[in-house]
Structure formats: structure tokens, C-alpha cells
Design a protein around this ligand. Structure first.
Ligand code: XMP
Length: 506
């Protein structure tokens, strides 16, 4: 595997995803908490950082643990840090370099730059530049304004690059990363979804033996793939619970339950709508609603799990971004919304936790799902928040409002599917606003609800842009909603990007 040491760059997870796309396993660890260097680690990548190596408390690390023993690739801050530590100098750039640049010199006989073309576009993002290289360093690539765009330490497999190969704007970035992991670190590129599934199933068999596991399905990709992996390992000893919280999409409970049964899962559907509506009565505050929904979920799930005699494990669809220990080099990042819907479940239930997907990113989960031949209806679905329509009804939640929003949402999402643009959108949904507005239908004045439609493009939900849906499509959807959904007389489309807006309104 490849060890990625994180200095807090916004691109660190992207480095990991690119390495994994090369079928090489890698892990991210904070620069100040390096794991033991075991023989399975074949190379180290140092990430970028929002800090400058010239700052007094700049993040630093002891390279001697692996330098000279393992190949090292420093990216941006990582490259500057090594240059400075070994006797070079780093200065503020005269021209700040952000965005596209082209390589004007490439020493292609070096393994790192094999098959990288002269003039290749690279992505720069730095305010500092290396002004003096230590004696035993050699320049191996340049751009018009950055002479030391890439260097190598002589007689050593230690490299530094000033640009970001992990972003897609660096056209041959993936070739460069492949050169590093495959040719310099000699990683065998065999970490494929099939291989992952096979290994994990074998490990689960070993770990779980004849024990029983309980797992909550949500209809989403993660819990479904986790369930199938565990099911393949222990069969009927996996007991799945799918709770209808009354906040799902129209027909979702029945159709998803059918898909699960079709996949051979031992699943129990639990109708707990009334319990959720009861707990939500009169609560308008978004965090209050999330807490209430989370609490009732735990109660319902716990009650059902108690009925399974002798259950020892709780299966969860936790994925890698949920557990990466994040470094905060610029102070802790603020919690904008609490996303932990079922936090507290394992503690309350006194069960051991099994999380077969905890080393995967979302795209990796989908690839494993595909290799397990899970229904595209489940794999391809848009993300949907755990608290569901509960946080898309602004203000307090009632069964009547849920029924209205379900109809609106159904027309919008089915419309996207019929038009063939569902897969182009990362997530789509609708919000029921706590406002009424005047309208006219026939000869009558109406005073009814407003709904907002939201569709975004995104890679991981961290940032997003509003989808530029065709006007005629929006027009058709708006007409259909106003004509068919009683109680709604106005439809608006949300054209805010994230940041500064978030995807959900609450
Ligand atoms: P925001 O609104 O923060 O959403 O831009 C980013 C992604 O997270 C989802 N989301 C949630 N998911 N529980 C969840 O399981 C929540 O409380 C929650 N809030 C937002 C949102 O749908 C989007 O995919």
C-alpha cells in the first residue's frame, strides 16, 4: 500500500482516490500521527497544505523514518518542506501561481516523468515557491514561471512536484501518479473491486463465524453494499431491519423492500411512521428535528433487534471519509450540520461493530456494488439524507405535509428519469416552504403553498453547483406539480451553489 501523509490540503482525499483508481490501496494519515512503517507500505506521498513552510509553527515531520528506505513523493507543500529541510530555500512567489500552466521542460528519462509530454497542462495552486534547491537535488521539470516545478534527490527515490497531479486539470497527472506507484514503488495494481469483495467476504467469515449480525438498511448504496457483503459471508445469520420513518419518498418503502428481498436478504420491514410523526410534533428547529428522528430510530431499531436472540454484532455501512482523522492545521473546522443520524446506537445496544466498507470512498463502494451485481436501481440512486423529507419540510412536520411533498418530489424525480437526465444530476429533491402565496386558478383566487426544486451537480457533496436543467423541462415539471398536487400553487427553482448555500435547506 501507499501511505499518504496529510498536511491539511483540500486535495488530500483526491490523491487517495486517484491512487485507488490505479488499483493500488492507500491510506491517509495525519502528518503528526504517522503509523508504524510496516513492510507492506511501498511508498509515501506528502500532501499539500493551506500553510506556508515559512510560518513559525508550520506543520513539520520527521522524514528519517522512511527517507532513503522508501520512495517519497512530495506534492506542493510536501515538496517545499523537503527542499527547505535539506538546506534549500522557499520564498513567497513574485507572481502567485493559481490555475493552469504548461510544462516547458520535462526530463523524461526519469521514471517519474515517463510518458509525460512537453507542454502538458498542469494545475498550480501555491503562493510560495522554491527559490534555492539543496546541492544534491536536481530539477527534472519546469514551467515558464516556475523553474523548479519538479525535482529529484540524486541517488534516491525522493521526488518533489510543485503542481497537483491529483486534480483532473493536470492532464497527465494520473500518468505521473501511476509512474510513482507502479514503477517507482513497485506496487502491483491488483486492488480491484472483485479482489476487495473476495478478501472482505473471507475476512468476515473468519471474524463472524456463526455469530448473528443485525444491520439497519436505509435504501442507500452504503448500507446495501455492506449488507450484501455480510450476507455473502454468513447468509441467514444476517438480520436486516428497514424502518419506515414516514419521511421516505413516495412508494420507496415498498419498492426498496422488494429489491432487498429480490437480492436474497433476510429483511424485516417495520412501519414506525406514527412514532416518528408523534416525536416530531411541534418541532421546527432543524437540529431538533434531526435529534428527534435519530432518537426514535434508535428506539425502534433497538426494540426490533432485541427480538433477534443471541445477536452479537451491529453491521454498519460506514465509509472511509467518515473515519479519516482530519488534520486541522488552521483551527478546528466548524460543524455546519450534524450528520450523525444514528450516533450512539452501538453504545446503547452493547454490540460489537462490523464495518466492511470503512476503507472505501463512495465511488469505491459503487464499484464493489457493481462487482457484486447489486441492482442498478439501488447503486445509481441519488444520495438521500437520513432524516429524509423531515428536513425538506421547513418548519414543523405533519403527515399531511409529507404527503404533499412526496407527490411533488415524485413528479420532479420521475421527470428527470423520463427525460434521461437523472444520472447527470448528483442529487435532486424538493423543499416545502413555510410560506403561502397568492395565485389564480380558473376564476378563483388561491392562497397556497410554495415548493422549491433543488438539483445539483457535485462529486462528493462537499461542494456543489446548481444543475442547469433545461427551461422546457422545468416548465413541464412546474405545470405538472401545480396541476396535480393539491395545495401547491407556486414552484421555484434554487440557483444557489455550495458554498455559500448548502444542498439541503435545513
Ligand atoms: P448539505 O446540506 O450539508 O448536504 O450541503 C450535503 C449532503 O449531506 C446530506 N445531508 C444529510 N445526510 N443526514 C444525512 O444522512 C443529515 O442530517 C444530512 N443533512 C444533509 C445531503 O442530502 C447532501 O447529500
Amino acid at each position: 500500500q501507499i501511505l499518504i501523509l496529510d498536511f491539511g490540503s483540500q486535495y488530500t482525499q483526491l490523491i487517495a482516490r486517484r491512487v485507488r483508481e490505479l488499483d493500488v490501496y492507500c491510506e491517509i494519515h495525519p502528518f503528526n500521527n504517522i503509523p508504524e512503517i510496516t513492510p507492506d507500505i511501498k511508498g509515501v506521498i506528502l500532501s499539500g497544505s493551506p500553510c506556508s513552510v515559512r510560518e513559525e509553527d508550520a506543520p513539520d515531520l520527521d522524514l528519517e523514518q522512511f527517507r532513503g528506505k522508501l520512495p517519497v513523493l512530495g506534492i506542493c507543500y510536501g515538496a517545499q518542506l523537503m527542499a527547505q529541510k535539506f538546506g534549500g530555500n522557499v520564498m513567497p512567489s513574485e507572481i502567485r501561481e493559481y490555475g493552469r500552466a504548461r510544462l516547458s521542460r520535462v526530463d523524461g528519462h526519469h521514471d517519474l516523468l515517463k510518458e509525460i509530454s512537453l507542454d502538458s497542462q498542469v494545475w498550480m495552486s501555491h503562493a510560495d515557491t522554491i527559490s534555492v534547491l539543496p546541492d544534491n537535488f536536481e530539477i527534472i521539470a519546469s514551467t515558464a514561471s516556475v523553474e523548479m516545478a519538479a525535482y529529484k534527490i540524486k541517488e534516491e527515490d525522493t521526488y518533489g512536484i510543485q503542481f497537483h497531479p491529483e486534480v483532473t486539470h493536470s492532464e497527465e497527472g494520473k500518468t505521473l501518479l501511476r509512474n510513482f506507484v507502479a514503477h517507482i514503488c513497485n506496487c502491483s495494481q491488483d486492488w480491484t473491486p472483485d479482489m476487495f469483495a473476495e478478501t472482505v467476504i473471507a475476512e468476515l467469515k473468519e471474524q463472524l463465524g456463526d455469530d448473528k449480525v443485525v444491520l439497519g438498511l436505509s435504501g442507500g448504496v452504503d448500507s446495501s453494499v455492506a449488507a450484501i457483503l455480510i450476507h455473502k459471508a454468513i447468509g441467514e445469520n444476517l438480520h436486516c431491519i428497514f424502518v419506515d420513518n414516514g419521511l421516505l419518498r413516495k412508494n420507496e418503502f415498498e419498492s426498496v423492500l422488494d429489491s432487498y428481498k429480490g437480492m436474497g436478504l433476510n429483511v424485516k420491514g417495520v412501519d414506525a411512521k406514527d412514532q416518528f410523526y408523534e416525536a416530531l410534533k411541534g418541532i421546527s428547529d432543524p437540529e431538533g428535528k434531526r435529534k428527534a428522528i435519530g432518537r426514535v430510530f434508535i428506539e425502534v431499531f433497538d426494540q426490533e433487534a432485541q427480538k433477534i436472540t443471541g445477536v452479537k454484532w451491529l453491521g454498519q455501512g460506514t465509509i472511509y471519509p467518515d473515519i479519516i482523522e482530519s488534520v486541522s492545521v488552521k483551527g478546528p473546522s466548524a460543524t455546519i450540520k450534524s450528520h450523525h443520524n444514528v450516533g450512539g446506537l452501538p453504545e446503547k445496544m452493547n454490540l460489537k461493530v462490523v464495518e466492511p466498507l470503512k476503507t472505501l470512498f463512495k465511488d469505491g463502494v459503487r464499484n464493489v456494488g457493481r462487482s457484486l451485481e447489486i441492482d442498478q436501481n439501488i447503486l445509481g440512486r441519488h444520495p438521500f439524507p437520513g432524516p429524509g423529507l423531515g428536513i425538506r419540510i421547513l418548519g414543523d412536520v405533519t403527515a399531511e405535509k409529507v404527503a404533499i411533498l412526496q407527490e411533488v418530489d415524485y413528479i420532479f424525480v420521475e421527470g428527470l428519469k423520463k427525460r434521461g437526465i437523472y444520472d447527470e444530476v448528483w442529487q435532486a429533491g424538493s423543499m416545502l416552504l413555510p410560506v403561502q402565496s397568492v395565485g389564480v386558478m380558473g376564476d378563483e383566487r388561491t392562497y397556497e403553498r410554495v415548493v422549491a426544486l433543488r438539483a445539483v451537480t457535485s462529486v462528493d457533496g462537499m461542494t456543489a453547483d446548481w444543475s442547469h436543467l433545461p427551461y422546457d423541462f422545468l416548465q413541464d415539471v412546474s405545470n405538472e406539480i401545480i396541476n396535480k398536487v393539491k395545495g401547491v400553487n407556486r414552484v421555484v427553482y434554487d440557483i444557489s451553489s455550495k458554498p455559500p448555500a448548502t444542498i439541503e435547506w435545513e
